[in-house]
Design a protein around this ligand. Structure first.
Ligand SMILES: Nc1ncnc2c1ncn2[C@@H]1O[C@H](COP(=O)(O)OP(=O)(O)OP(=O)(O)O)[C@@H](O)[C@H]1O
Length: 365
């Protein structure tokens, strides 16, 4: 757990960057700091690893005052990921990741092997290990940045705008991978962003800061959308906050897929009701929809398949679940497993009902 207790920072020129901040970042969770430019996010984060010293107040890591820990020792316990990755330009990818463990006295073979394993975990093929940072895309560099921050297996991680230097599609991929990684490693993370959508997607808790480094509200993403503390927060989360909750995901048991009747190419349609039937390949992966009324008793052909529909996974954001329901001619959301194999389907009404249930339980919490 990282705790800020009445922490303030006034720069020598008199700028109050952070003003009496009280905030807790719980263990094993992602706490996001979000707010407009200049509201003190980076200053707040850098006080944790003492790149900046607070003017007043104290910051504790699992109860220990950071001021009482030697700065080098402190930074070993806190991984740090920054925008544009900040990699050593003259070292290969694997050497970037292995650098700190080597410095701490790890053997060459052992630290390299550990670095290779980490690179795999962050989704980088081993073929990239011998490249230099400039030979990687922005998204690949960010992955190396994350691997490097994790190299000493620190319990705490600070991430300053880690995904903002890449295009929106790569950013979404990196965010998804990061959430998957975090569900495995459960680090105590503080992440800074100015992007409210990123904050709502990644944060277990989101702290909204306003100008002058004052905390406007800290809440779960759903709590923030449903009950903004004041006009500033309401404006910051935006008037489309109803739609923003479509970025949330359901837990495993909140949506129960029903069996979806299927058809395959080369076979006649048997026993499907309604107008549309889902076509699947021989591995039972959805490929499109067939208009039953156009087929009659003959066999289904590839050219009969309407490819308009999309699929989602049970843990996809609600946006993708609804998108699947709305894009499929049958109006049902098709759910597949990680391997792309059909699990079943839910209706758009099921998705909306589950959203309402989730909101009701959030409100009751
Ligand atoms: N070394 C410094 N000396 C004086 N003022 C500073 C210094 N560093 C930052 N500031 C000021 O402190 C305030 C907070 O800056 P900080 O970088 O923490 O904000 P931020 O929320 O991270 O901003 P951004 O989203 O634009 O990166 C700003 O007004 C900034 O101009």
């Amino acid at each position: 757990m990282i705790e800020f207790e009445r922490v303030s920072k006034t720069y020598p020129d008199g700028t109050v960057a952070v003003d009496e901040l009280d905030l807790t970042a719980p263990s094993g969770q992602i706490t996001v700091l979000v707010g407009p430019s200049g509201c003190g996010k980076t200053t707040t984060m850098r006080m944790v690893n003492r790149l900046i010293d607070p003017t007043a107040g104290r910051i504790t890591l699992d109860g220990t005052d950071t001021a009482s820990i030697d700065a080098v020792t402190l930074r070993r316990r806190i991984g740090y990921v920054i925008q544009n990755a900040g990699l050593f330009p003259h070292r290969t990818v694997v050497d970037n990741v292995a650098a700190l463990p080597r410095l701490l006295g790890g053997g060459k073979k052992q630290t390299r092997a550990a670095a290779m394993e980490l690179l795999e975990r962050v989704g980088l093929d081993s073929a990239f290990a011998k490249r230099y940072p400039w030979q990687l895309s922005g998204g690949q560099q960010q992955r190396v940045g994350v691997a490097r921050a994790l190299a000493t297996d620190p319990p705490f991680l600070l991430m300053d705008e880690p995904f903002s230097a890449v295009d929106p599609i790569v950013r979404a991929q990196l965010q998804d991978e990061f959430l998957r990684l975090q569900s495995d490693i459960s680090k105590t993370i503080i992440l800074v962003t100015h992007d409210i959508d990123e904050a709502l997607k990644l944060g277990d808790r989101v702290a909204v800061l306003r100008q002058g480094g004052r905390l406007a509200q800290v809440a779960t993403p759903a709590g923030l959308l449903e009950a903004p503390a004041d006009e500033f927060v309401a404006d910051f989360v935006g008037s489309t906050r109803g739609y923003r909750s479509l970025g949330f995901r359901f837990g495993d048991d909140e949506l129960v897929p029903q069996t979806e009747p299927t058809v395959t190419v080369g076979k006649p349609i048997g026993g499907s009701e309604g107008r549309w039937a889902l076509a699947v390949d021989s591995d039972h992966r959805p490929i499109g929809w067939v208009d039953i009324t156009a087929i009659g008793t003959r066999s289904v052909e590839s050219s009969d398949i309407n490819l308009a529909g999309t699929v989602a996974r049970a843990d996809s954001p609600l946006r993708e679940l609804l998108n699947s329901a709305l894009s499929n001619p049958a109006g049902r959301c098709v759910i597949v497993g990680d391997d792309g194999v059909l699990v079943g389907s839910v209706t758009d009404t099921d998705v909306l009902a589950a959203i309402r249930r989730a909101r009701a339980s959030e409100g009751a919490a």
